[in-house]
Design a protein around this ligand. Structure first.
Ligand SMILES: [Zn+2]
Length: 98
């Protein structure tokens, strides 16, 4: 098994253990060295996000806070699991609140 596949598995398993539902993959092309983590989570309640008339979503404070807190935890976890230094370097974290 190559190192990238190994790393993907370690990160995915670590996130599951921490209670996150995540998709983990490596970047392609110029983003070859990046590890990308996509996490899906349920929106906090009460949620008062609004969709503007032109279709963009105005996030409510609960969602903003949830995003920021989880973003930090996930980034820190991925750093620990991979030994990467992260943020804007080679770890991409995206959280979808659904
Ligand atoms: Zn919200």
């Amino acid at each position: 098994m190559n190192r990238r596949t190994e790393e993907t598995k370690i990160v995915k398993y670590g996130l599951i253990k921490a209670g996150y539902k995540a998709t983990v993959k490596h970047g392609r092309g110029t983003a070859h060295s990046w590890i990308d983590v996509d996490v899906q989570m349920v929106k906090p309640q009460p949620c008062t996000c609004e969709t503007t008339p032109w279709g963009t979503v105005e996030r409510c404070d609960s969602c903003k806070n949830a995003y920021q807190n989880h973003y930090r935890s996930i980034l820190e976890l991925v750093r620990q699991l991979t030994g990467r230094h992260g943020e804007y370097e080679n770890i991409g974290v995206d959280i979808n609140l659904i």
